[in-house]
Design a protein around this ligand. Structure first.
Ligand code: C2E
Ligand code: MG
Ligand code: MG
Ligand code: MG
Length: 288
């Protein structure tokens, strides 16, 4: 628009960008009090065994019930919490709450009625990986709440581990030695060196939703299928289990099972929901 003779440009404030900036600033400053006031809550999305369809556990996904804006998703506030360091106490809260929940599911599940104790997956931010309290906090929470380490899986994104040196991997290695599963989340988006997988203390690959989306088309692109098949073969040869994200149709589930994937997660099975809902789904399928 208006341009002065001198070439200085005047720009209209973009009202939307302004609203975003105010919101971003407002949200950032509101985060610490929100944690103290208990405005965060967790939804759980089932992890389903592709072979027999049983619910084996759930991924914990944090939400913020903001007093003015309503429910905000993690993509709207996790980056802000990472910038300000609040992710460390927030992440610790999510871990403790999820471990407590898994313990509750297990205590309420009748013996022999299930496909093994329900497990819980918790996402870790890169900042939590470099925080010195990660191992001791995790050990403390598991012991205090009485959950077996094997019932916990920590999800770390592939991009957080690209080029990771031994210092970064050490805490994850210690947790893995204790029996905690480590999953490589959003796998396939980070262009990591596949040979590098051998160095990482991970036991699960979570194939990113973009792969499943590629299979949405019918017939699916044969090259996409070959890629998934190859990743599964590689993962299994390294003793890694494969979980797929974003399964939205029965056809996808069938195809992914035929390609050898072990576990699936997605709207086809259930949207993320309250903890009791997860337990109902698990019980319903365990008792027929
Ligand atoms: P993620 O770990 O890859 O989690 C999966 C995301 O995919 C979730 O989004 C889930 O709701 C969504 N999803 C599940 N099934 C389907 C499906 O069938 N179709 C589609 N289109 N989407 C599906 P959500 O809950 O918005 O979480 C987004 C991301 O936020 C997560 O991605 C994770 O990276 C991060 N996040 C969530 N909770 C936490 C947390 O407690 N701590 C940290 N550091 N990050 C978290
Ligand atoms: Mg995840
Ligand atoms: Mg994921
Ligand atoms: Mg993802």
């Amino acid at each position: 628009r208006a341009k002065s003779a001198g070439g200085n440009r005047f720009e209209l404030a973009d009202p939307e960008a302004d609203a975003r900036a105010i919101t971003r600033h407002g949200l950032t400053t509101a985060l610490p009090a929100a944690l103290e006031r208990g405005e965060f809550f967790i939804e759980y999305q089932p992890l389903v065994h592709l072979g027999d369809g049983s619910v084996r556990g759930a991924e914990a996904l944090v939400r913020w019930l903001h007093p003015q804006h309503g429910v905000l998703g993690p993509d709207q506030f996790i980056p802000l919490a990472e910038d300000t360091g609040l992710i460390v106490p927030l992440g610790r809260w999510v871990l403790e709450e999820s471990v407590r929940q898994a313990r509750t599911w297990q205590a309420r599940t009748p013996d022999g009625a299930d496909a093994g104790p329900l497990r819980v997956n918790v996402n870790l931010s890169p900042c939590q990986l470099t925080h010195p309290g990660l191992v001791s906090d995790t050990v403390d929470i598991l012991e205090r709440l009485g959950l077996a380490p094997g019932a916990l899986c920590l999800e770390v994104t592939e991009s957080a581990l690209i080029g990771a040196d031994d210092d970064l991997l050490k805490p994850l290695r210690r947790l893995a030695e204790m029996g905690v599963d480590i999953a490589l989340d959003d796998f396939g988006t980070g262009y990591s060196n596949l040979a590098n997988l051998r160095r990482l203390p991970v036991s699960v690959l979570k194939l990113d939703r973009s792969f499943t989306q590629g299979m949405q088309r019918f017939p699916a692109d044969p090259v996409d299928l070959k890629i998934v098949e190859g990743i599964v073969a590689l993962a299994h040869s390294l003793d890694l289990a494969v979980t797929v994200e974003g399964v939205e149709t029965g056809a996808q589930a069938e195809q992914l099972r035929d390609l050898g994937c072990d576990t699936a997660q997605g709207w086809y099975y259930a949207r993320p929901g309250p903890p009791d809902r997860l337990h109902e789904l698990a019980l319903a399928d365990a008792t027929g």
